[in-house]
Every structure is written in C-alpha cells, then in structure tokens.
Ligand binder design. Structure first.
Ligand SMILES: C[S@@+](CC[C@H](N)C(=O)[O-])C[C@H]1O[C@@H](n2cnc3c(N)ncnc32)[C@H](O)[C@@H]1O
Length: 267
C-alpha cells in the first residue's frame, strides 16, 4: 500500500474517515487576496482549489494520484464557463516536477493538510522547500499546515497494545461494491527514534442487512516533523516565516508537531 492508494477520492468527498477539519481552511482563505496565480500541491479532490477558482484565482493543481486528478477534472464542468480555464491539473509527484519556466511563477503556493509530513526525511523536506522555490515568484507566499500531534499522545502509540480508534460511519457511500455504509477504524504506530507514524485504517463496508460485507485496509507512513524542523528547513531554503498559528491559545513547544505556516520567499 502506498499513498496513491491511501486516499480514495470518493471516501474523501463523502467525509469517510479522518478528513481535514474545515475550520483550518479559514487560515488559507484569510491569507490569499484574489486574484492570484496559485499552485495547490497535493490538491486531492480540489477541496481548496475549487473555491479558489470560484474566487477568481488561477489555480494549478498537482497531485500524484490519477484518481484524485480525475476527480478534480470532473469538477471543472460545474464551474462557471468563464472560469474553467483558470483550473489546470498535473498528475505527478511534486518532487518530480520542478518548474522550469521562469515566466510561469506563482504568487502563492498552498500545501494543505499534513502535506509536508509525506516527506520522511529532513533531506526530503529540504528538497520540498527547494522545489517550491522553483515555482514561486520572489516575495511570493507558501502556506502549509500540519495537524497537532503532541509528543505525549504520539508516545502512547509507541507500544503494544496499540489503541484502536473509531471514526464513526458515513451512510450511502457510492463504492465499487454498490452503495454502502462505511465504518472506519484506525490505529497508529509511532516510532520514537525516527518520528515515523504509521496509520493503519480499516474500512468496513456495511450493506442493507447491517452486515459487514467487505473490509479494506490501508496504511500510510508519515514523519512527524516538529515545528522547529519545519521552520529550520524553510529558512535554510530562503523562506522567512511570517506567521505560525495554532487553533487554540495554548503555547505549544516547538519540538512537537503543529502549526499553520505562512512563509515568504525572500526576494
Ligand atoms: C490528505 S490529502 C489532502 C488533499 C487536499 N490538499 C485537501 O486538503 O483536501 C493528500 C494528497 O496529497 C497527495 N500526495 C501525497 N504525496 C504527494 C506527492 N509527493 N506529490 C504530489 N501529491 C502527493 C495525495 O495523493 C493526496 O491526494
């Protein structure tokens, strides 16, 4: 299992499992004054890109998953006719697609919902910031976020028995096995040494009779970069951190994983 299969566009749009907390999206929209040229890295089903296009921005979406890109493309047809050309898609791993056209630079880049945690070493994280430089104009903005993971919580997932969590159920999901209710469970295994977090999800497809008919497993490993590591990597690659937010007023230690980041590419 790899991250291309981990995210299912139908589940994503239906809200199955652990979809992103919508209130965090306010951070992104509050930092973008339209119209702009925007790159959405790991764009998924276009949850951020589509509202940005409706807000008169020109958005290029890049995602390594063909099914995610197909889903965004299918949403083009519901956009007002005059805005359809404002949405472009690229199917590729971001790190394999640095921008080579100096005339095609972005005002803003967004990498929403734990995107940088897909890079599992500091070297790969450095390369992410280096690659964003190729896409961004001088003085341009990079917005990204990681969900809050306190070290104490992560450490609870470092030894057996691993804690099984339920993420509730969603009815009437249009799956390849027909319309089903999907019940989601997951557990996490945290490796304290390298800060890798392995998330194992189990989806139960429940039919009309209330019986589980199919169970599917997915697995994703991400590295829980700390706030310190993210800032250091960005600064090393020419970004100035302008703002870091957290949903609560609580002061969190920088050696933990948290933050909504606004970074400016030094001119
Ligand atoms: C958690 S989803 C987020 C989707 C979207 N940003 C949102 O908030 O709705 C992560 C997305 O990143 C994509 N992805 C993961 N690693 C990637 C990479 N290296 N390059 C491009 N896309 C990647 C996945 O295919 C998936 O669609």
């Amino acid at each position: 299992m790899n991250k291309t299969d981990f995210y299912d566009p139908i589940f994503y749009d239906a809200g199955v499992g652990d979809t992103f907390n919508e209130s965090r999206l306010d951070f992104y929209f509050s930092k973008i004054s339209s119209p702009q040229r925007i790159l959405d890295i790991g764009a998924g089903t276009g949850r951020v890109a589509i509202p940005l296009v409706l807000g008169k921005n020109c958005v290029t979406c890049i995602d390594m998953s063909q099914s995610m890109i197909d889903t965004i493309n299918s949403k083009k047809s519901v956009l007002p006719y005059d805005l359809r050309n404002n949405l472009t898609t690229i199917c590729s791993p971001f790190e394999k697609n640095p921008n080579t056209d100096p005339a095609f630079k972005m005002d803003t880049i967004v990498a929403v919902d734990d995107f940088v945690l897909h890079y599992r070493t500091i070297e790969c994280l450095d390369k992410f910031f280096e690659d964003t430089r190729s896409w961004l104009k001088a003085g341009g903005k990079l917005l990204t976020d990681v969900r809050t993971r306190r070290n104490s919580k992560l450490n609870e997932h470092s030894q057996k028995p691993f804690i099984l969590n339920a993420l509730g159920y969603v009815e009437d999901v249009n799956t390849e096995f027909g319309t089903k209710t999907i019940m989601t469970y997951y557990y996490e295994i945290f490796d304290k040494i390298n800060r890798n977090l392995n998330t194992i999800c189990q989806y139960h497809y429940v039919g009309d009779k209330g019986l589980t008919e199919v169970i599917k497993h997915t697995e994703l490993i991400q590295r829980m970069h700390t706030n310190n590591e993210i800032v250091a990597s960005a600064e090393k690659n020419g970004f100035v951190v302008k703002d870091i937010k957290h949903e609560s007023e609580e002061n969190l230690p920088d050696d933990e994983t948290w933050g909504m980041f606004e970074m400016i590419l030094d001119a």
